[in-house]
Design a protein around this ligand. Structure first.
Ligand SMILES: NC(=O)c1ccc[n+]([C@@H]2O[C@H](COP(=O)([O-])OP(=O)(O)OC[C@H]3O[C@@H](n4cnc5c(N)ncnc54)[C@H](O)[C@@H]3O)[C@@H](O)[C@H]2O)c1
Length: 355
């Protein structure tokens, strides 16, 4: 077992700086050998800021470094499969940001190469490391909810389209909008808590409405605004989506929106069982509802909240050291990819898709 794991961070933007790099810096095992970005100033700035590593501007320059063990892929979605596959084929383990890929065939190819090469490929569905989520998973397994027959997710915002006209809103780069960007976390979290039920069929509609007229889209603030281009950019992804996923156990339904003409922001998941139910506030705590001895009970457990992004990266580093796959393995992300693809296909055909 190697004492130190040398890593490279590919793409030194928001998620790299807020999650991956600080976690690697906190790891007693990992050492960042390279910061790579096609925008040279971003790679240079990372070297300067973190006081380690070498800046590179083309990831291909480091593919063959025999001392490099693993990489984080923190670029936009269009490069996930390309970069992850290139590194796996050169014997490196990969932690790739969510969504695994833009479309299902890319995710399937990533899975195939991961298992063919024997390299670890973890996808950044970080909620699998959240204390709340793992408590709920255990409660469901212990039967505290009884038969969980319906799970409903709401990931809705009033006006929250990111980087209008840029990578986020251009299908060729992102593979989709609200569903693939936000919904991926919710669907993955639910499938994880339910212990991966078999998906039978999916039905959905995805709407591209509020951002189409980019110049007149009204908002108070925009995240990732610096990546947008309202004058010459593209807007061809879903800004809202509804869906129904039938599994061999629970039915999953959701209402998601980057933007809709309803002035509320809602981010929660309701797990409904015949013995008990849970409302999880996304990235927060949860409430458990049940009935006992003729009384209705409502329990709001208190516990330490953890930094799920950090714990995800630290677990990846440990897995690289031990050569083991983890709970974020690509095979689970492929499951989520199949669902999202089916929702988009259902929307395009206006009919149910049987899996
Ligand atoms: N897990 C989460 O909760 C979470 C949160 C935010 C973003 N993300 C995901 O992280 C990814 C990046 O998002 P972001 O918000 O950090 O974007 P960003 O634009 O802030 O950063 C992406 C960086 O990648 C660089 N880049 C692009 N192509 C490259 C290439 N070929 N080689 C090297 N660098 C390249 C860009 O120049 C940019 O600096 C997306 O897939 C997004 O979905 C995940």
């Amino acid at each position: 077992m190697k004492e130190k794991i040398n890593v490279a961070v590919i793409g030194c933007g928001t998620i790299a700086n807020s999650a991956h790099i600080p976690a690697y810096m906190a790891s007693p095992i990992a050492e960042i050998k390279y910061f790579c970005d096609i925008i040279p100033e971003r790679a240079d700035a990372a070297v300067q800021k973190y006081g380690c590593g070498t800046a590179v501007y083309d990831y291909k320059q480091i593919l063959d470094d025999p001392d490099l063990d693993a990489v984080s892929v923190c670029t936009h979605n269009d490069m996930h499969s390309v970069i992850a596959i290139d590194f796996m084929r050169r014997g490196k383990d990969v932690l790739c940001e969510k969504p695994a890929a833009r479309i299902l065939p890319e995710a399937l190819e990533m899975e195939r190469v991961s298992y063919e090469t024997g390299r670890i490929l973890s996808i950044g569905v970080c909620n699998r490391y959240a204390n709340s989520v793992n408590r709920i998973k255990k409660m469901i397994e212990a039967g505290d909810l009884g038969d969980v027959y319906h799970v409903y997710a709401s990931f809705r915002a009033h006006r929250s389209i990111p980087g209008l006209g840029g990578d986020f809103t251009t299908f060729a780069c992102s593979g989709g909008g609200a569903l693939i960007d936000w919904g991926v976390h919710y669907i993955d979290l639910i499938m994880y808590c339910l212990n991966d039920p078999k998906v039978l069929n999916c039905s959905g509609e995805a709407f591209c409405k509020l951002g189409v007229d980019m110049k007149n889209y009204t908002y108070t603030s925009m995240w990732a605004e610096n990546t947008g281009d309202k004058e010459n950019g593209t807007y061809d992804v879903d800004d809202s989506v509804v869906g129904l996923i039938r599994t061999d156990r629970a039915v999953i339904s959701f209402n998601g929106a980057w933007a809709q003409n309803i002035g509320i922001n809602e981010t929660f998941i309701d797990f409904m069982g015949d013995k008990g139910g849970i409302r999880l506030q996304y990235c927060g705590g949860f409430t458990y509802y049940t009935a006992k001895d003729g009384a209705l009970l409502e329990v709001k457990p208190s516990y330490t909240m953890n930094d799920m992004h950090r714990d995800e990266v630290l677990d990846f580093v440990e897995c690289v050291q031990k050569g083991t796959r983890n709970r974020n393995d690509i095979r689970y992300a492929v499951g989520t990819s199949k669902i999202m693809q089916a929702i988009y296909d259902s929307s395009a055909a206006h009919k149910e898709i049987v899996l």
